[in-house]
Design a protein around this ligand. Structure first.
Ligand SMILES: Cc1cc2nc3c(=O)[nH]c(=O)nc-3n(C[C@H](O)[C@H](O)[C@H](O)COP(=O)(O)OP(=O)(O)OC[C@H]3O[C@@H](n4cnc5c(N)ncnc54)[C@H](O)[C@@H]3O)c2cc1C
Length: 502
C-alpha cells in the first residue's frame, strides 16, 4: 500500500538507497523506498563482498575513506553478525614485486592503526614455517607473506536485510516499482511510479527526494530542471566469478605485476570467489553488464599463476557476475587510483524541501552515507515521528538471538518432519535469527517441508516470496540463496513453476 504523501522518497534499492531509507525511518521520517528491479540487483549485489577499509586505498592517501570504512566495518560486525564475518587475508610478496615486503608491511601497520585497538586481529608477517605451510601458493620467488584482517559479507542479503529493517522501522518499501517522472511543484515533488508487478501507475508527493540510483543517478537527474553542476563521473566495471572451493578459511590479496589487485576468497563453504578486474565502462545501459572474455581470461591467468595446483579453467566457472560503479572523477586516467569516496549533491527547492543525489561510495560505508544524507534533510525538515532507532547500534533484521529453549523446541518439531540440524544451520547462515520465521512457514503450511529442489523446501520459498518480496527465479537463486551455482536447468524450471503459483 502506498500513501499519497511522504516526507522522504528514496529512489534505488541498492545498498545506499536502502541505507538512506533505514536511516530516515529510524529518525522518524515518513519514508518511501522504491526499487525498479530487485533489491541489490545492480552494483550492490555484484561487488567483491568485502566489508573493508580498503587497504589498497592507503597507497592513494585516501586516509579519510579508509578510516571511515574501518569504523563502519566495526559497526557492521556488531549490528549484522549473521551477514558480516571476519576474514583473515594473506598478501604474498614475490621477489621483484612493485610493492616490496617492507612497503606492504607498513601499509598493514597503518591499516591496524586506522582500525584502532578494539577491532579485528592485527596484521603480522608470517615466519618461514607458517609461510611455507601455505602450499596452495606458488612458492617460487616467494619472499614474504603478510596477514591482515577484514570482513566478508553476502552483499545482496545485506542490501535486502537493510531494506527490510527500514520497513520494520515504518518505511514503505517496494521492489519492482520504478520512478518514471518527477515534477517539482511549489513546496514538494510529485513523483510518478510504475509498479512492474501490477502494471499500474501511482502518483505520490514528497518533501525530499533522494536519488540513490547508482549508475542511473545522472539519468534520473535529467528529469529535474537543474542549476547546479554535478561532479564529473566515470563508470568502472569489475567482474568476478565463482568456482568450486580451492582452499579453506583464508582470503588472498594478490598483487599481479601490472599493479592491479585480485582477490581470491573462500565463499559460502563450498566455493571460491575470484575477482575483480577494473576497466572503464563506456556503455549506456546498466541493467545487464556483460563481462568480457578478456577479463575472464585475465583472472584465470592470475589464478593459475599464483595457485599453480588449482587447475582452474573456464569450464570450472559456476557463475560470473559483473557490476559497474560510478566514481567521482578528478581527471584520473587510472581506474585503480580513483577515489571510492562518495559524493552528495544537494539542491534545496524550498525552505523544507529539496533533492539530494548520491554518487559513488562503497558498500562498507553505506550507513554513514545514510546518516549524512538524513543530517542534511534534518537541517530543514522536522521528522513526523519520534526517533526510535539508532543505526549505529541497533541490530539489522536477523541479527538477534533466538532464546535456546524456543530454538530447541522448533528444532524438535522440524526434525519430526524430517528436517535435521543441517537445514537449520543453512537457514541460520542465510536468515540469521529469522530462521525461526522460515521454520514457521515450513510447519504452518501443508507440504511446507517438501524439498522442491535439492536444498530448498516449499515453505522456505513461500517465506522468501511473502516476507522477502522475491518474485523472479533470479531473486531466489542469485540474491536470496546461492542455488544459481548448483541448480540444473530442470530445477530452475521447477522453481519457475512454483513461483507462478503465488
Ligand atoms: C566490481 C565492484 C566491486 C565492489 N566491491 C566492493 C566491496 O567489496 N566492498 C565495498 O565496500 N564496496 C564495493 N564496491 C562498491 C559498492 O558495490 C558500491 O559503492 C555500491 O554498491 C553502490 O550502491 P548504490 O546503492 O549506490 O548503487 P546500486 O547498487 O547500483 O543501486 C542503485 C539502484 O537504483 C535502482 N534504480 C535505478 N533507476 C531507478 C528508478 N527509476 N526507479 C527505482 N529504482 C531505480 C537500480 O535498479 C539499482 O538497484 C564494488 C563495486 C564494484 C563495481
Amino acid at each position: 500500500m502506498l500513501q499519497q504523501e511522504y516526507q522522504v522518497l528514496v529512489i534505488g534499492g541498492g545498498i545506499n538507497g536502502t541505507g538512506v531509507a533505514r536511516e530516515a525511518a529510524s529518525q522518524g521520517y515518513s519514508t518511501l523506498l522504491v526499487e525498479k528491479n530487485d533489491f541489490g540487483h545492480a552494483t550492490s549485489g555484484n561487488s567483491s563482498k568485502l566489508v573493508h577499509g580498503g587497504i589498497r586505498y592507503l597507497e592513494n592517501y585516501d586516509f579519510k575513506l579508509v578510516h571511515e570504512s574501518l569504523k563502519e566495518r566495526r559497526v557492521l560486525l556488531r549490528t549484522a553478525p549473521h551477514l558480516v564475518h571476519p576474514l583473515r587475508f594473506n598478501i604474498p610478496v614475490y621477489e621483484g614485486d612493485k610493492r616490496p615486503a617492507w612497503m606492504v608491511q607498513t601499509g598493514c601497520k597503518l591499516y591496524d592503526l586506522f582500525a584502532g585497538r578494539k577491532n579485528l586481529k592485527h596484521s603480522c608477517r608470517l615466519d618461514k614455517k607458517a609461510a611455507s605451510a601455505l602450499t596452495v601458493l606458488r612458492q617460487e620467488g616467494l619472499s614474504a607473506i603478510l596477514q591482515y584482517s577484514d570482513a566478508q559479507t553476502d552483499d545482496s542479503r545485506l542490501c535486502l536485510a537493510t531494506a527490510l529493517t527500514a520497513e520494520l522501522y515504518g518505511a514503505d518499501v517496494h521492489n519492482y516499482m520504478a520512478v518514471t517522472q518527477i515534477h517539482p511543484q511549489g513546496d514538494h515533488y510529485q513523483v510518478t511510479l510504475h509498479d512492474h508487478r501490477t502494471r499500474q501507475e501511482h502518483s505520490v508527493r514528497c518533501k525530499y527526494l533522494v536519488n540513490a540510483a547508482g549508475p542511473w543517478v545522472p539519468g534520473l537527474d535529467t528529469m529535474l530542471p537543474h542549476t547546479k553542476v554535478h561532479p564529473a563521473l566515470k563508470y568502472v566495471r569489475g567482474i568476478h566469478f565463482v568456482v568450486p572451493k580451492m582452499f579453506d578459511h583464508q582470503g588472498f590479496l594478490i598483487m599481479p605485476a601490472d599493479g592491479r589487485i585480485v582477490f581470491v576468497l573462500p565463499w559460502k563453504d563450498n566455493f571460491t570467489l575470484i575477482g575483480t578486474t577494473e576497466s572503464e565502462y563506456t556503455g549506456s545501459q546498466f541493467d545487464v553488464i556483460p563481462p568480457s572474455q578478456e577479463e575472464i581470461s585475465y583472472l584465470l591467468d592470475v589464478t593459475s599463476h599464483y595457485f599453480p595446483a588449482s587447475n582452474i579453467a573456464q569450464k570450472d566457472i559456476l557463475h560470473i557476475y559483473s557490476g559497474v560503479r560510478c566514481l567521482v572523477s578528478h581527471g584520473e586516467s587510472n581506474m585503480t587510483t580513483m577515489s571510492r569516496e562518495y559524493g552528495i549533491v544537494e539542491e534545496q527547492q524550498n525552505a523544507d524541501s529539496g533533492y539530494l543525489a548520491v554518487f559513488g561510495g562503497k558498500l562498507t560505508s553505506y550507513r554513514s552515507l545514510g546518516e549524512k544524507v538524513v543530517k542534511r534533510i534534518r537541517a530543514s525538515l522536522v521528522p513526523q515521528g519520534p526517533r526510535n532507532h539508532h543505526t549505529e547500534t541497533d541490530l539489522i533484521l536477523g541479527a538477534g538471538q533466538v532464546p535456546e529453549g524456543i530454538a530447541a523446541s522448533w528444532k524438535k518439531r522440524l526434525a519430526a518432519v524430517g528436517l535435521d540440524k543441517t537445514w537449520v544451520q543453512k537457514w541460520q547462515s542465510r536468515y540469521g535469527s529469522q530462521w525461526l520465521e522460515v521454520a514457521r512457514y515450513i510447519l504452518d503450511q501443508e507440504g511446507g517441508e517438501q524439498e522442491i529442489i535439492p536444498g530448498l523446501c516449499r515453505g522456505e520459498l513461500s517465506y522468501m516470496h511473502t516476507e522477502e518480496k522475491a518474485v523472479s527465479l533470479e531473486d531466489i537463486i542469485v540474491r536470496r540463496t546461492k542455488l544459481v551455482y548448483t541448480a540444473s536447468d530442470e530445477e530452475k524450471e521447477i522453481l519457475i513453476r512454483e513461483l507462478e503459483k503465488f
